[in-house]
Write a protein of this length. Structure first.
Length: 699
């Protein structure tokens, strides 16, 4: 609904339209008419639906969100429970269970929910309250998120949709191998559903392990117990680390040269079966047909879809034909943004290429990226073109993937659909050398089970502490304090340059893809983001001070916002530079004297060089991340302000004082960064190699 892009559609609409509407229809028994309830409820639901998780439109600041939720609660007090629980009012929405549960909570609170209850009726989980009930669709299955093989065991990570049920019935889920009950434990790994950036629901995430022998003998089954009733729980294998795919009945994962893990959908059971060369060939042929049928479903819209279909079959054939040829080769793949190099991935790759001949290192990038000719000239065939057959094959034969961004397998050329048809072949050990310092709250993408990332490098003790929070799922031995690879290029070459570089906002750009970034938003100029930063780069006080003190101002536009660059008004004193082009991160940062940002991750690069930062976080623009472990007011490398006039005053003041970093902020930088020796890429490489060698020696 386009109207939901307007701020007035939220607080103002609830306050002036929908709340009065439901109040006007109240009858003598204080109940609004059913038709009005349904209309108002549908409008309320639409507003939550339109701001779920990463699709939060970021129209409301913190105080406005508080007010909106209070209005929603007031409206829900006037809506009957059977309306809130009516499946027909939101049957097509994938988040209906989470939103509906949240509405019940808003209306009744914890105490009210305790008056409700769960029952199993005809094999379906039903929640009831005040004689109204609904079937919880998502609670009919277990989602397997990761399967790993260690020390003769299989280690599983899994999720169940209804965390509240597990609070009421702590042993509702049972896992059995024959007569043996397998214990499991809650992990607390990130599993939240958010609306307007606020948590409204969480899954119950848990892990367990069992020996290969137990599964060989009896198989592995799951069931749900509520009261005196029980039902088997089928499994769903969602992301790449889950190895199997329940929509392809003959999917399998080779756990040794002659054994495979499979899922028997009919019996809802995980099994280990013998798989000699003949059996594998037969199963593979059937699997080809199933994969082709899956890919040929509704996805066939253009020639690329047909190419994916036949490419996957070719990839699987070549993989099994050439597998022995690649045995023992230490192939490591690196990448940054596919449309921009010069980040941690390139620095780590560069070190490995020049200093470790035991490692066969490759770097993945788009062939039309401005950096591609430079990289190709220097590294030759070690540069892999994203999406090429060679890139896809080496991804499957790789020992290690050194990644800067999540959705790792998709950065190597596979789509979200084709991933399901090759994930049994994808066995690389995954390492994160993140694009930015992981200290803000971004556990939704950076947690361990999202990609099955098993090793993480960091640059600060504060980052280590942050990543050890249970929502990330890492243990101390999976985190190394190494420094950040791109810091090696940050040697101060001050050119009297003022750098203004706010980070992006997902709600202000249209989704593009990994290869090209975002698409143009014709409404961008109406946003507070545009108005504030367009004013800042054209503020005459900043321009006059820069001229007087000999500084040049650069407005560096985030790669995912660069598509909007022509919207900004230009003047002779400010260079507006798109970061998505052939501009070097390193040169822009080393040439600059002062950075003005809201919370862009490259403020750490500036702090590493002991250069001052002004954190301008406008009240009018909601933050994209929660602050997390980085408290800008007490840990930042410069002053924090939220008002426009204060930001202008600080910028001018720093220029008038030669952009010197005050001692208190220098001390903060000294405390924050573990290393200041330009040997970060070396430490990263050695830490990864030591970890890989240790893993191989114990498996």
């Amino acid at each position: 609904m386009d109207e939901l892009n307007s701020k007035a559609s939220y607080i103002e609409a609830l306050q002036n339209k929908y709340l009065p509407m439901v109040k006007r229809s109240l009858t003598d028994d204080s109940r609004a008419s059913r038709a009005v309830q349904e209309e108002v409820f549908s409008q309320l639901f639409a507003r939550f639906e339109a701001n779920i998780d990463e699709f939060n439109r970021e129209l409301l600041n913190r105080e406005e969100t508080d007010e909106f939720f209070a209005l929603a609660e007031e409206i829900l007090q006037l809506i009957d429970d059977d309306v809130i629980l009516d499946s027909h009012l939101m049957a097509s929405n994938e988040h209906q269970d989470q939103i509906r549960s949240w509405f019940i909570y808003l209306k009744h609170g914890d105490e009210g929910l305790k008056r409700g209850g769960y029952t199993l009726i005809n094999g379906k989980l039903v929640f009831s309250i005040n004689n109204a009930g609904y079937t919880i669709k998502d609670a009919s299955r277990i989602v397997i998120t990761c399967i790993n093989q260690e020390h003769g065991k299989l280690v599983f990570d899994a999720a169940f949709s209804d965390h509240y049920l597990m609070k009421c019935y702590p042993e509702a889920i049972s896992i059995c191998c024959g007569n043996k009950t397998i214990p499991y434990k809650e992990t607390g790994v990130y599993s939240l559903t958010k609306a307007f950036g606020r948590s409204i629901s969480k899954q119950y995430t848990f892990s367990f392990e069992t020996s290969l022998n137990d599964i060989r003998q009896s198989g592995l089954r799951f069931s749900l117990h509520v009261g005196d009733r029980e039902k088997p729980l089928p499994l769903q294998f969602f992301r790449a680390p889950s190895r199997l795919f329940s929509r392809l009945p003959h999917s399998y994962w080779m756990i040794s040269d002659d054994e495979a893990l499979i899922y028997d959908k009919r019996k809802t059971e995980i099994k280990i079966i013998q798989m000699n060369r003949v059996h594998k060939k037969r199963r593979e042929l059937v699997y080809h047909a199933e994969a082709a049928a899956y890919l040929a479903g509704s996805a066939i819209k253009n020639r690329c879809d047909y190419f994916d279909l036949f490419s996957v079959i070719r990839i699987r054939r070549v993989y099994w034909k050439d597998k022995d040829k690649y045995r023992g080769r230490r192939i490591w793949l690196y990448f940054d943004k596919l449309f921009k190099a010069g980040d941690n991935g390139e620095y780590a790759f560069r070190y490995a290429f020049h200093h470790d001949k035991d490692i066969e290192s490759y770097y993945v990038i788009n062939s039309d990226c401005p950096d591609y000719p430079r990289l190709k000239k220097e590294f030759g065939n070690r540069i892999l073109v994203y999406g090429s057959f060679k890139c896809k094959m080496l991804a499957l034969f790789a020992e290690t993937i050194v990644a800067t961004h999540p959705d790792i397998i998709q950065y190597l050329g596979y789509t979200s659909r084709t991933t399901h048809t090759v994930k049994d072949l994808f066995n690389a050990k995954l390492v994160c050398i993140a694009h930015g310092v992981t200290i803000q709250k971004n556990a939704d993408y950076q947690n361990r089970i999202f990609d099955n990332t098993m090793f993480y490098t960091t640059s600060s003790k504060y980052e280590v502490k942050h990543l050890l929070h249970p929502c990330y799922g890492y243990t101390e031995d999976q985190i190394a304090l190494t420094g950040m690879a791109r810091f090696d290029g940050l040697k101060n070459d001050d050119k009297k340059q003022i750098l203004i570089t706010p980070t992006w906002r997902r709600s202000l750009v249209k989704d593009g893809d990994r290869e090209t970034g975002s698409r143009y938003n014709e409404d961008f100029k109406k946003t507070n983001y545009f108005k504030i930063y367009n004013s800042l780069i054209n503020d005459q006080r900043i321009i006059d001070t820069a001229r007087k003190t000999g500084y040049r101002v650069v407005f560096l536009v985030h790669p995912l916002m660069s598509v909007q660059i022509d919207d900004y008004d230009r003047n002779d004193s400010v260079d507006i530079v798109p970061m998505s082009g052939d501009v070097s991160y390193e040169k822009v940062l080393t040439d600059s004297s002062l950075m003005i940002t809201d919370y862009s991750g490259i403020h750490y690069d500036f702090g590493y060089m002991r250069k001052p930062v002004i954190y301008y976080q406008p009240n009018e623009i909601p933050m994209r991340f929660e602050e997390g472990g980085m408290k800008f007011a007490t840990m930042g490398f410069g002053p924090l302000c939220t008002e426009y006039e204060k930001a202008v005053q600080l910028i001018c003041s720093f220029m008038e004082q030669d952009c010197r970093m005050p001692e208190e902020y220098r001390k903060r930088a000294d405390d924050f960064f573990a290393f200041y020796d330009y040997s970060n890429a070396k430490r990263i490489h050695e830490a990864i190699k030591e970890w890989i060698n240790t893993k191989q020696s114990v498996i």
